[in-house]
Structure formats: C-alpha cells, structure tokens
Design a protein around this ligand. Structure first.
Ligand code: F6R
Length: 369
C-alpha cells in the first residue's frame, strides 16, 4: 500500500507533482480560459460579490491565508481568512454579497462545517474546496471545487495542502475572469506558470538529501523558529505546524516584520531559524527586508536555514544552510517552498522515533468540537 515508501507521508509527499497536475486537469479550455463547470454559482452572482471570507482549520487555514494574497491581488475584492473555530463563535458580518470559501481535505471537520452553516444562514454563498467526494462540507455548500490529491492517509496533510493552493489560485483567477479584472486577461499566462509547478516540485524532491541530513543534525534541539513575509508567512506557519505535529518539537512561525515586536528576544546562540525568502525578482522590497531580517537574527547567534530561489546570491553570505528552490512567480512560491519543510519535519520525526503517519493525540479528521 505504501508503494515501497517507509510511510504514507513520504509516499504522499512524493505524489505531489501528480496531485498538482491532476487538480489542474480539465479545468482550462483551449483558449486558456478557466472552465470551472462545477462552480455552479452563476457568473452574475460572482460579479456582485463584494467580499470573500475563507474559513478553514489547521493546514487548510494556511492554504486560505495564502489564497487571500492571490484573491486580493488578482480580483481586487476584499478577502479575509479566518479560523473556522473563531469565525463561528463571533458575530461575523455577512450577506448575499459575501462569498464564503470553506477549505477542507476531509470535508468533515466540525468547526468548518458549522462555520459554513452559519454563513449560509446569513444568506452568503458557500463554495467548498474539498478532497473527499460526497463528504458533508461539499454536500452542504452551494458549489464545490474538488482537489484531486487522491486519498490522503497520513494524518499530517501534505499533498492535500498543495492541491488546496492550486484550487485557491483557480478560484481567484476564475473570479478575475468572470469579473473582467485586468488579471482576468492574464489567466492564460498564470495557468501556464501553474502548469509548470509540478515539474518544479519534482525538482525540489530530487534535491532533498541535504535537508534530511540537516534535520538529522537537529534531532536534539528544543525549539525551531520559522520566519516569512507575504505568502512566505503562511508557509512559515505551515512549516512550524508540521514540526509540532510530527516531531513534537516546539516550533513557532512568525511574520518576519514582527521580529522586532517581540520574537527576536527568543533568538539565542545556536537557535535554528528557518527563513522563507521571497523571490528577488518581482517585489524586491520584500526580498531586501527579509535579507536584513536574516542578518539581524544571525548577528544574535541564530543558525540560519534559508529557503531561497536558486541564484539568489544576496542571501548566501548569511545562510548557514541554504536550501535552493526553483524560481516561480511570487504568489505561487508556496507550492515549492513548502515541500522542503514537509521533508524536514518528516525526517526529524523519523530520527526522533515518532510514528510519522499517526502522530500522538491527533486524528485525521476532526469531527468533534
Ligand atoms: C495538519 C493537518 C490538520 C488539518 C485540519 C483540517 O497537518 O492535517 O491541521 O489540516 O485538521 O482538516 P480538513 O482539511 O480535513 O478540514
């Protein structure tokens, strides 16, 4: 069943290029336009949407955080992403102009389900992004865009996360397309970039031995910090979550801009800090800021583990360990930048003797509150 892999998690990490490709399959016509026939919310309704609210838990929530950057950039519609467990106990302001996107691998997560019920009661339309056919969340939604990751057995989500991201990008582009925003005309080119990602994930997977080696060298560490900016911030949170749940290590993700507002006090000699660096092309100001963050933490003794685009020479002098990833457009980088963090956590869990597929205290789908 594990196809020769030591764990389902390793198998599922390896399946990511295919999962990404499968989630794109059949959703683009010959003219390079999106044909999301499953999204049975009429275009006329989508044109009237004045707010998008994304609700999800855990890893799916991190996908939703990344989606916010893409949706606001490509569609100019305000978007909020909220933990389903917080959303449902607030008194959120929703109406018929609100599009709620519920992201869930299992389609059975109780908090996400209750959040979408609450949203529908207020008249909002709900679109589910889900990996499990016929599960409760898509059944109770107005429409569903299925991710085609295939069954995910390991408790820690990997391939489902990458496909959730792809589905979020598709929804964002589709909204741009039906609303005729400037990015609506760019759908074809973004789709081409998305279609290239599978091969880039494959490339990352082939170069992971140094990451595994590094992970083994950190088996005795108590804490690992993760920093990122922009879409790299949710990636940092995801890297920290994977490490907590699999390696049972104390791990925290921060927005790099918050360092000076507190977290930098945690930095001491030898502390491993993983930094996700945005592309040096594109928004160079983001890149420059993170380079100074790396300098700041290194000056205080941090052991810097830098995930950066191949050819990014500016970070090299400050990286104790450099993990190179292929160049991607800024917004799509999480699809490749997350992969080394999954491998890192999986390897650390293994050397620490943990049960990789079944971490203690966790269940694959959280159907209780
Ligand atoms: C982490 C993980 C969980 C799930 C969360 C939501 O690796 O798997 O954080 O992402 O429980 O589950 P779904 O997506 O099934 O709603």
């Amino acid at each position: 069943e594990k196809g020769g892999y030591a764990s389902f998690m390793l198998k599922e990490i390896a399946e990511q290029p295919k999962a990404v490709a499968d989630t794109l399959l059949g959703r683009i016509d010959e003219a390079g336009q999106l044909t999301l026939d499953e999204v049975r919310i009429p275009a006329s309704v989508l044109r009237e949407v004045d707010k998008v609210v994304i609700v999800a838990c855990g890893t799916a929530y991190h996908a939703g955080m990344i989606a916010k950057y893409a949706i606001e950039h490509w569609t100019r519609v305000p978007c909020e992403t909220e933990l389903a467990s917080e959303f449902r106990y607030r008194d959120p302001i929703l109406d018929q102009g609100t599009l709620v996107i519920a992201i869930s691998q299992s389609g059975e997560t109780m908090d996400t389900l209750m959040a979408l019920r609450h949203a529908r009661e207020q008249g909002a339309r709900v679109l589910a992004i889900c990996n499990t056919n016929g599960s409760t969340i898509p059944r109770e939604s107005d429409a569903v865009l299925y991710t085609h990751a295939g069954p995910e057995v390991a408790v820690a989500s990997t391939k489902a996360f990458l496909t959730q991201l792809v589905a979020c990008y598709l929804v964002a582009l589709y909204l741009g397309q039906v609303r005729g925003t400037k990015w609506g005309d760019e759908v074809g080119s973004v789709i081409r970039e998305l279609s290239a990602i599978g091969a880039q994930v494959e490339e990352v997977l082939e170069t992971m031995e140094p990451v595994r080696e590094l992970a083994r060298s950190l088996a005795g560490c108590g804490t690992v910090l993760f920093l990122g900016r922009h879409v790299g911030y949710p990636v940092a949170l995801e890297g920290a979550l994977k490490l907590k749940e699999l390696a049972y290590m104390h791990a925290e993700g921060f927005a790099a801009g918050e360092l000076k507002h507190g977290p930098i006090a945690l930095v001491e000699d030898g502390l491993p800090v993983v930094v996700v660096v945005p592309s040096p092309r594109g928004r160079s100001v983001l890149h420059d800021k993170i380079v100074s963050n790396i300098q700041e933490i290194r000056a205080r003794g941090a052991r810097t583990i830098v995930i950066a685009e191949r050819g990014d020479e500016a970070v090299r002098p400050y990286a104790d360990h450099l993990v190179e990833i292929p160049p991607t457009p800024v917004l799509l980088q999480p699809l490749v930048a997350t992969v080394p963090l999954q491998v890192f956590a999986c390897e650390l869990a293994t050397v620490r003797g943990n049960e990789v597929d079944q971490p203690r205290n966790l269940a694959k789908s959280v159907t209780v509150e």
